[in-house]
Design a protein around this ligand. Structure first.
Ligand code: ADP
Ligand code: GN1
Ligand code: MG
Length: 360
């Protein structure tokens, strides 16, 4: 707590504030709400074992939020709500380092909610609108100014290789307990290069994308239910529309939580799929290339498989990447993802039909 308080003071000086209170359910950073008599802020301890180049990371976020803010103002929106607004610390930078940890502070957006588990298809449609609009806003952003904050983030081949290394090293000693999950991944070895190959040969275009389009990275307005802001901008980098589309479907086209232990209730819901796809394609469909359209039905399978592989790899490595809250948490998360992959694969023809009906 002492360091959190030091961090807040580095940003807002001597103004009185209430003790920071943890908020949200992110797997990576630690986020706190800090209230003064006039303002609410998020204080975030940045996960520096994942994000090592803090200047590169914060430069990316400053540039991207500046770009989005300009577009939002032009549309008559509130610039403090439509994207994140970071404070500058007494060091002149947008982060401070205290005893080996790094912190940043930005305006808390009031009267909003996030969704952890999808209940209402209209919310998922609106998430599609939010992420599709995000893609559009950044379509004229100069990608050359962006650092790659996590190398090979959605390179599914490199994720597969990390998984094989984790089995070989077996640091946790858990490899023998997850033979079925290992087999599930190995059966799909031929599939994991589908997007990587098309990016490498240039037939799939690189775009500036969010790369972490999970449900709880959109803030919705309490009163109007409309999406207010896309948050969690640490991974905004050159990527593919397929990543953002696929990862959003992974987290939202089911009624189950990501860590649900009862796999019988982990469903893949085609109506939810269609709702998101409609919102997303309405916003950025006009710029999709033929190859993107052809690969879009595979996107949720790829990104869900990739995420499951990452959870399994972390389980094998002894839970060093994703925050866990119970023994076996990453394995539970991996199993929900593989159940979803299985269901998506069974429905591939329907996914193709849905995409085709929306792009016409
Ligand atoms: P992580 O990388 O750990 O997922 P996020 O930046 O997504 O961190 O923040 C975690 C959670 O904190 C979000 O899911 C959301 O609930 C809440 N949150 C983050 N930023 C804001 C904000 N500006 N206003 C309101 N809530 C926020
Ligand atoms: C992490 O930060 P958060 O919780 O929004 C992860 C995503 C995973 C997701 C799985 C930087 O997202 O890639 O898909 O967990 N973010 C990072 O829930 O690794
Ligand atoms: Mg998040």
């Amino acid at each position: 707590m002492e360091n959190l308080i030091k961090a807040v003071k580095a940003f807002i000086g001597d103004v009185d504030f209430q003790e920071p209170v943890p908020v949200g359910n992110g797997h990576i950073n630690c986020t706190y709400l800090v209230k003064t008599s006039n303002n609410s802020y998020c204080l975030q301890k940045i996960n520096t074992s994942i994000f090592k180049d803090l200047d590169g990371l914060m430069n990316n976020i400053e540039a991207v939020t500046h770009h989005i803010r300009k577009k939002s103002i032009a549309l008559g929106r509130n610039p403090y709500r439509s994207t994140l607004k970071f404070l500058t610390a007494n060091t002149g930078k947008s982060y401070v380092e205290i005893e080996g940890s790094a912190y940043r502070m930005y305006h808390y957006i009031d009267d909003v909610f996030t969704i952890e588990k999808m209940e209402n298809p209209n919310h998922f449609y609106l998430s599609g609108v939010a992420f599709g609009e995000f893609a559009n806003f950044l379509s004229d952003f100069d990608a050359s100014v962006l650092s790659e904050t996590i190398k090979n983030f959605h390179n599914t081949v490199s994720r597969y290789n990390d998984f094989e290394t984790a089995i070989t090293n077996n640091i946790s000693g858990r490899a023998d307990e997850v033979t079925a999950e290992i087999e599930f991944v190995r059966q799909r070895k031929g599939f994991v290069s589908m997007f990587v190959d098309r990016l490498a040969d240039g037939s799939l275009p690189l775009r500036v994308t969010h790369n972490d389009t999970k449900l709880n990275n959109v803030l919705f307005d309490n009163k109007t239910q409309a999406p207010v802001s896309v948050i969690d901008l640490d991974t905004v980098m050159p990527g593919s529309y397929l990543y953002d589309f696929g990862d959003a479907i992974r987290s939202g086209a089911t009624h189950a939580a990501e860590d649900e232990q009862n796999l019988d209730i982990v469903d893949f819901d085609l109506d939810l799929y269609k709702a998101f796809a409609k919102g997303y394609i309405e916003q950025c469909g006009a710029s999709l290339t033929d190859v993107e359209i052809e690969l879009l039905p595979y996107a949720s399978i790829m990104l869900t498989l990739e995420c499951g592989i990452r959870f399994l790899t972390d389980h094998l490595n002894g839970d060093t990447y994703f925050k866990i809250h119970r023994e076996g948490h990453n394995l539970d998360r991996c199993r929900t993802q593989f159940k979803l992959v299985y269901e998506m694969e069974k429905n591939l023809d329907k996914l193709k039909e849905i995409i085709n009906s929306l792009v016409k």
